[in-house]
Write a protein that binds this ligand. Sequence first.
Ligand code: ZN
Length: 672
Amino acid sequence: MKGLRMKRILVLSIMFLAASAAFCQETAKPNFVVISLDTFRADRLQAYGSKKSPAPNLDAFAKEAAVYVNSMTPSPVTLPAHGTLLTGCFPEKTGLFDNGVGVLSPGVKTMAEVLRESGYDTRAFIAADVLKARFGLSRGFAVYDDQVGSAKRRFGFQITDMAVAYMHGGKKGPFFLWAHYFDTHQPYLTPEDPPESVDGRYDRAVSYVDAQVKRLLDAVPPNTFVFIVSDHGEGLGDHGELTHGLLLYQPTVSVVVMAKGPGLKPSISKGFRSLADIAPTIYGKAGIQVPGLDGYPLDSEEKRSVPLSVLLPLNEYRWKPLFGASDGRYKWIRGDKTRLFDISGDPGETADISAMAPGEARKLKSLMSSYEAIRGRIDLASFSGLGYLTGTPSKDTQIDKMPDPESMLGVFRGIDEVKTLRENDKFADSVVRLRELVKKDPGNPSLLFALGDSLRHVDQLDEAVRWLDESLKFSPALVPAWISKALALLGKERKEEAILSLEKALAHDPDSIEAVNILAAACLDLDRPEKAFPLIENAIARGLADTDTYLMQGRIHLFQKKYEAAAGDFEKALLHSLDPRATRKAISDKYLLYGYEDYGLRYLNASVAMYPDYAPYYLTLGAFHIARENYPAALQFFEKALSCPMKDEDRKNVTEIVDELKKGIEMERNQK
Ligand SMILES: [Zn+2]
């Protein structure tokens, strides 16, 4: 009896043990956090050779992490690099070779898909529109927050706020979280002033993102593996490249790869690794088998080689794409001529040693045979898709005739200069520079677009449309060119043509909220509310809406005499606004436009009380009184505007108005 009873207790206790072990295992599934730092140059961190690092928090993380100092991205371009990071497969399998082109191949799974099948909650917080859901990296994420709005990017603090809120947000099962930071991407803007001890705009952005990552790291719960990687680096003038996406040198293809988590010992490894190694590592830690990957777990010493490609020169500039391969010791780059660098002995890649290629490097070169395969797919995937090569006899001949990016560095530098001019509203200067550049490189759609768009900004609308059409001839999917052309046409009151142009933009990018907003406004102007309403409703329902969308909805409601609803829309517009002063001005304009004069004036006065130095309020009030022929009141407001900060050109115009008004009032007085 006693024996039997003991046996029963034993069986029960084993069952209990088994159950509790299963329970423990269930709750002990580790979380995974992947932090991708866009355009983050590896040598900004101490572990990667920085003498004066602007990133103390990332350095502190590195000291407690497994750090892989010889790591590479297969492409120095955001979408293909992240395609590899999220799947563990190189671009040949993901089908993602460039920004803005293609969708993740259905044949590969994202980490989010795999982990979700294993019971993980999956979240992504995205900081730039080049990673929008429509390119397929959103597959498997329960929430893929890519709401970057019309700014097309957002700051690190926004990403951190969302990630922290999620991690602090109550009890949950195991999770996989991907946070993407874009602050170190040109033009290196940050919302707050970084420490004065840091020199240079790029390093200040590094320092900003460092602080934001720290805030995220502080919220990470125990039993979590954290991976910090960069998608690619930044040229910063090395090899003549200021930014990235043109060449395949180390400053842009070398990346940060660091991992920290339960059981991982701090270490610095010089073994060759790539962005394809993150997914296999995570699968290993989660105990999931996924076949067909190109990468290996980070702690595996398996010998790796990484195929390199950059197609951005082809898609954006109609220059030759570059291909290559590296095994961590040597790197081949195939452009007009094929070069070989010993990246371990000559990290600056100064000497082409292809003439005396050692045996192992020759072996590596044979791996570049995938070059032809990729090249075959470019024509299918993107190139002919853009309609550029239609009717030409040989696609390859066309590519072969294009200039090698290496020989176009002067033009590329010019493109960067023009970018800066345009970002600083110096459109007239940019037109001068762009005319020179277009002469040097007349088949470059990006230059043709920039020239047309800059001309539009300086009101040379007919010529603007001509150049924009020219850019669209080379690149029919260039959405910004369709939008810019529409704006130029609207400026010429050619509304019907503008609407066609916007519909083209939306056919190529249905998520372009800018195109939606402008199209809806044009339809309203043409008294076609039946066309404008669904556009706006649809955009709001799909979560695309930005400040302008809500302003438009408010306008529609005022048009329908639904004042209460409009007021609600305007609240939402303000909530989304990055510039509340300007949004308040836009709101009062809408009231005045639709005959709600009292509301408009009250709103303007309230805005003046909040921002008394904002000239546009006084200009609106001045214009309002001119329309009512109350010239003395108008004069008062225009004079008040002059006491506020204002652009030189505007100041000139307002001064003229003030002088005219004074003269008119004087004459009237003399007549009496
Ligand atoms: Zn990037």
